[in-house]
Design a protein around this ligand. Structure first.
Ligand code: 5GP
Length: 185
């Protein structure tokens, strides 16, 4: 990664410009956590958060530290992207290691683009009879997914553009950036 200046970086030969600062990300997560706390604070039955790896690991870590109700966390690893394009085909690389039957599930995603990943995962979970399933994403591209799956908690909506940083990568690189950058065209 080449850092050109405060606002531009070069990753894998492509130029990205700063789009969402670390401070703005923190404010978004604080607001999301307040919304989630309000919904789940009086839920008596078990609550589990399931994060979809790899991209959401930083978001999940920051989000759960702002949650005030009892919950456990779990991870699945799904893959639909090659480079900058969604392949539309979902592979389960790491499957869920817990039983969701009779539990309230909150799925935590980094970004919803076509919505195929989360749609496929919600469908898979629903077959296991959880008490409830809700979805949370830091970023959403509504013009791409057209609300094919209900998203209950949305951090920020984006145009159909490719972003990196704060867990999101290009070919594995750029996850460590504390701000989010968008591809410059
Ligand atoms: P979907 O199935 O909704 O098309 O894609 C979901 C996954 O694709 C996300 O979890 C993320 O890993 C990847 N993805 C979608 N849009 C972007 C993007 O703009 N940048 C990066 N780095 N990954 C993305």
């Amino acid at each position: 990664m080449i850092i050109k200046d405060q606002n531009e970086i070069v990753l894998e030969g492509k130029t990205f410009e700063k789009y969402i600062s670390a401070e703005e990300i923190d404010a978004i997560i604080t607001r999301l956590a307040e919304e989630i706390n309000t919904v789940y604070k009086d839920v008596a039955s078990e609550i589990i958060l399931i994060s979809i790896l790899d991209g959401s690991f930083i978001f999940m870590a920051d989000l759960i530290r702002k949650l005030t109700f009892p919950h456990t966390i779990h991870f699945v690893k799904l893959k639909s992207y090659e480079g900058e394009e969604s392949t539309g085909h979902i592979n389960y690389i790491l499957d869920l290691q817990t039983d969701v039957r009779g539990k309230n599930v909150l799925i935590v995603e980094d970004i919803i683009d076509t919505g195929l990943t989360i749609e496929s995962f919600v469908e898979k979970l629903s077959n296991q009879e959880p008490l409830s399933v809700q979805t949370c994403t830091l970023l959403s591209k509504p013009e791409v997914h057209n609300d094919i799956v209900p998203i209950h908690f949305i951090g920020k909506e984006l145009a159909p553009e490719f972003v990196v940083g704060y867990g999101l990568d290009l070919n594995g690189y750029g996850r460590n950036l504390d701000s989010i950058y968008k591809l410059k065209i």
